[in-house]
Design a protein around this ligand. Structure first.
Ligand SMILES: Cc1cc2nc3c(=O)[nH]c(=O)nc-3n(C[C@H](O)[C@H](O)[C@H](O)COP(=O)(O)O)c2cc1C
Length: 304
């Protein structure tokens, strides 16, 4: 998730356990070869973050080879192709969701990726611009035929807001059509959501988005309660999680890359508090990491 699933956040989630596969945020395939992996906040990672899938935002097959060369150098464990992002700026580049409307381009892009890497290759899609089961299933079959190993589906249509109930039931139709594992995404904020989502969708796995930013221990809870993994009940101190996150931002990123990421994370994490909007707005208006840290400490002290 852009601005959110960087190394600091991934380490926090991984620390609680229960994560099967981590992911980067979307990375422009075109820009990837010119990024410095030791300084770029998109590429910085630690050895503990494993397995890590790198998500590419790509619009033409020609961009694939140089991007994959970089991902091999970075020791990626898997590569994901973004075909779900509905942002107009991304669409204008011919990337993200736009690809779902250009199956011939997708065929070329996936075939090129398959030719260039032995790594597991996945794609992330949405349900479509409107409900059209046949079109959706044909698209999923195309991906499978061209060599995609795993498919994740954000169970909403292109224009549907995050507030809308996700259409988990639509995933079951995809499951009936293709053989590769299908991962369901959208609207999972609790173990109960995860249980209902798995039952309704018959998916092979879950991908957590905002729910993991609010509760980075949600993977651990789901792994323990639904998958029977031997993981201790997460002992969660919100203040400690937040403090660890700030420490990691300071440790990993250059000064100019820290505060924006803290603000982004706080928008979601603050939802754990009844009066979290106060924390979120005070961090939002902070001008430095020090100021944000002081304001957060005051909030935690007083609970408001
Ligand atoms: C701030 C933000 C950034 C996102 N960035 C990405 C991204 O880089 N790549 C991607 O595939 N999806 C991205 N998404 C979509 C999420 O991965 C996910 O599909 C969506 O939030 C629905 O899942 P959720 O209800 O669990 O959050 C983003 C969502 C949000 C809110």
């Amino acid at each position: 998730m852009a601005g959110l699933t960087h190394s600091a956040f991934r380490q926090i989630c991984f620390g609680f356990g229960g994560v099967g596969l981590l992911s980067t945020e979307m990375l422009s395939a075109k820009r990837l070869p010119s990024e410095n992996p030791r300084l770029s906040p998109y590429l910085i990672r630690t050895v503990s973050e494993k397995p890590l899938s790198y998500q590419l935002l790509i619009s033409t097959a020609g961009e694939m080879a140089p991007a994959i060369d970089v991902l091999h150098e970075l020791k990626a464990d898997a590569i994901d192709l973004n075909m779900g992002c509905p942002a107009p700026a991304v669409g204008k580049m011919g990337a993200g969701f736009r690809l779902m409307e250009q199956p011939d381009d997708v065929r070329r892009i996936v075939a090129e990726a398959r030719k260039r890497t032995p790594l597991p290759l996945s794609a992330k899609i949405r349900l479509g611009a409107e409900l059209d089961e046949r079109k959706l299933k044909d698209f999923c079959t195309l991906l499978e035929d061209e060599g995609i190993d795993m498919l994740s589906v954000h169970a909403r249509l292109k224009k549907e807001s995050f507030a809308r109930r996700p259409r988990w039931e639509c995933i079951a139709g995809i499951k009936d059509r293709i053989k590769i594992p299908v991962i369901v995404n959208g609207g999972i904020f609790s173990v109960q959501d995860a249980e209902q989502c798995l039952r309704t969708s018959r998916a092979d796995g879950l991908m957590l988005g905002r729910g993991a930013v609010i509760k980075p221990w949600l993977f651990a809870e789901i792994a323990r309660d639904l998958y029977g993994c031997n993981i201790a009940e997460p002992a969660v101190s919100l203040q400690t999680v937040y403090g660890n996150f700030i420490d990691l931002l300071n440790e990993l990123f250059r000064p100019e890359h820290r505060l924006g990421r803290l603000k982004e994370f706080t928008r979601y994490f603050a939802q754990n508090y009844k009066f979290g909007h106060l924390l979120a707005s005070r961090i939002q208006s902070s001008n430095s990491m020090d100021e944000a840290g002081e304001r957060a400490a005051l909030f935690f002290e007083n609970g408001t």
